[in-house]
Design a protein around this ligand. Sequence first.
Ligand code: GH3
Ligand code: MG
Ligand code: MG
Ligand code: MG
Length: 311
Amino acid sequence: QSPPDISQLLSKFDQCFISESDVPYRVLLIDDDSELAMYHAQLLEQAQMNARVVSQPEDIPDVLMEFFPDVILMDLYLPGYNGIELAVAIRQDATLYGVPIIFVSVEQDIARHLGAIRAGGDDFLIKPVPALFLLASVESRARRGRELRGMLSRDGLTGLLNHISAEEYLSQQLSRARRMGSSLAYVMVDLDHFKRVNDQYGHLMGDRVLVNFARYLQGRLRRSDVIGRYGGEEFVVILPDTTKEHARFVIESMRMSFATINHNTEEDPLQVTFSAGIAAFPDIDDMTMLSKAADDALYDAKQQGRNKVCI
Ligand code: GH3
Ligand code: MG
Ligand code: MG
Ligand code: MG
């Protein structure tokens, strides 16, 4: 049995289930009834989602790691396997943190539904599930799951990527640079004498400078460049397709213009400078060494009197 063409239904209800970013939602369907799972998968793909079916329990761990789903649609019973136990295991796995689990089953017993929800399931749909209802449920879970993970990957004050996410991005970009044979610059940035800013103007002013700095960087860099806050007044900038020399040129011009900004609207003007250390691939072909080299260069910049960019 092939699924109905849902385009008419979608337009009739004025519904759209396409993710707001260009990255389609990834939905993992776990069901021993592979025919039904394929049917659901086809529905999801009509709504521009990326669906993957697993029918063999032994394949589940590998597929979970490799497919990295936005949502898991899971049958309650598989031969030799218990969906509730699987939900518990998924909830204990840090790399799958917050991934929504929707149970799909013919089970009518409310006690079983409750058990599934308490084990970490987010919803329980009873087969047969109406097409639009399935899509709506999957889409809303996927969207909110991405929102949640987006928030967890960001620094609360500045909205920049946090330390862990910035490192993940660096690792991805390093692999990409190796594959494409392109260059990649990595910059560590530290505000100069920031303790004095706090001491003389107070913590709120310090926070304002941090936010100003983050906005300044975002405004000056390309969309493909990524900025992270490593903690405190320390930041990283990752510039794909950029050589060490070009990165130095870009950061040096930012260093000069940032230093002229007045952060204090009161009488007493406040200017803040930063120091930066730059390292790059392919000069260095290892993530740990890349960050050590940038750190060493930053140390040199500080030693040379601050308000400097070193490579
Ligand atoms: P250097 O030029 O050597 O980097 O000196 P510094 O004063 O910038 O460096 P130090 O590491 O001595 O002090 C960093 C200061 O940054 C201390 C801390 O109070 C402040 N800081 C860290 N995180 C925050 C924050 O989120 N908000 C504010 N207002 N201050 C912060
Ligand atoms: Mg089953
Ligand atoms: Mg500092
Ligand atoms: Mg510091």
